[in-house]
Design a protein around this ligand. Structure first.
Ligand code: PLP
Length: 236
């Protein structure tokens, strides 16, 4: 898969420039068909043998539908969309990771509904790093209390932080947001050494995020093409 190799090359180059290990790649499925995801998972297994392909979904129900279609137990599923309280129970069983935990009410709900036979649910605290009133995510000052609540739940595993910075056209402003996330992440790790994941960077800015220490990048468009069209239709 040509697009996958391009993305992996971009990740490797950025990591080499930053002098950091390459971050994990989360393939963001959005509305792409199950066949496209199956194809990508196969290509990922070839490109990164021994690693579990990670798939990101914005909605709980879409993930469940897709899981039923794919019937591939060897995938890792991440929720990256806003989680409504009434979907917490479903999310706790449908996903391996929830990247969008941003308020105390979700902590107990996810913990209570994590199926007993599954390992603890991996969670990231979503941070509203640009203080956009319209955005989901907690304020930086709320991270400590949320982290303590998560750490007190044996059915949850606190793995780190996630952010979707404002899409500033100016790359320096975006990079500054990633840099602030890195500072928050470093502070979290001091207290919770098991936290190993800083999820930031998408198709358009993964290099900037990696330069600031992203350990997981979430990529949709650069892997699958623009939504609703094929990738090749965008190429000259
Ligand atoms: C859609 C989405 C992505 C991927 O964005 P692309 O620009 O298509 O790579 C990453 N993170 C979140 C939270 C998303 O909703």
């Amino acid at each position: 898969m040509h697009a996958l190799h391009e993305v992996l090359q971009r990740i490797d180059n950025a990591a080499a420039r930053a002098g950091r290990p390459p971050p994990r790649l989360l393939a963001v499925a959005k509305t792409r068909p199950a066949t496209a995801i199956a194809e990508l998972a196969a290509a990922l297994r070839q490109a990164q043998p021994g690693r579990t392909p990670a798939i990101g979904e914005n909605y709980v129900q879409e993930a469940r539908t897709r899981q039923a279609e794919l019937r591939d137990p060897g995938l890792e599923w991440h929720l990256i969309g806003h989680l409504q309280g009434n979907k917490a129970a479903a999310a706790a069983s449908a996903f391996d990771w929830v990247q969008t935990l941003d308020r105390p009410a979700l902590v107990a709900a996810l913990a209570r509904h994590r199926p007993a036979q599954r390992p603890p649910l991996n969670v990231l605290i979503q941070v509203d790093i640009d203080a956009e009133a319209s955005k989901h995510g907690c304020r930086p000052g709320q991270i400590a209390a949320l982290a303590a609540a998560i750490a007190a739940e044996p059915r949850l595993c606190l793995r780190g932080l996630m952010a979707i910075p404002a899409p500033w056209p100016d790359p320096q402003r975006r990079r500054a947001a990633f840099s602030r996330m890195r500072v928050l992440f470093d502070a979290l790790v001091l207290q919770y050494p098991q936290a190993d994941t800083l999820s930031m960077g998408m198709s358009g800015d993964l290099e900037l995020a990696i330069a600031e220490g992203a350990t997981l990048v979430r990529v949709g468009t650069a892997l699958f093409g623009a939504r609703g069209g094929s990738r090749s239709s965008r190429l000259p």
